[in-house]
Design a protein around this ligand. Sequence first.
Ligand SMILES: [Zn+2]
Length: 87
Amino acid sequence: MQNQLLERATAKRDSLWHKKATLTDFAEQLKEHGGFYQTGWCRDKACENALKEYSATIRCLIPQKEFKVCFRCDKPSEGDILIAKAY
Ligand SMILES: [Zn+2]
């Protein structure tokens, strides 16, 4: 299921896939336009919960580590994730 989502997202990456380092970089865009946001995450639930404010969730973990720091806090990222609005 997660892989299918990732494949579909990858197929549309030109228009929907964004790479952003921090939540403040993509919060407005996420709210207004949706799309997928690749970023780093420390694996802390508190950071994941911050996405609820934007009706978004972490959709899957990505086997890459392009981002060194979590999208919300200063802790090191444990690996990239894909964030999208929950529909
Ligand atoms: Zn964090």
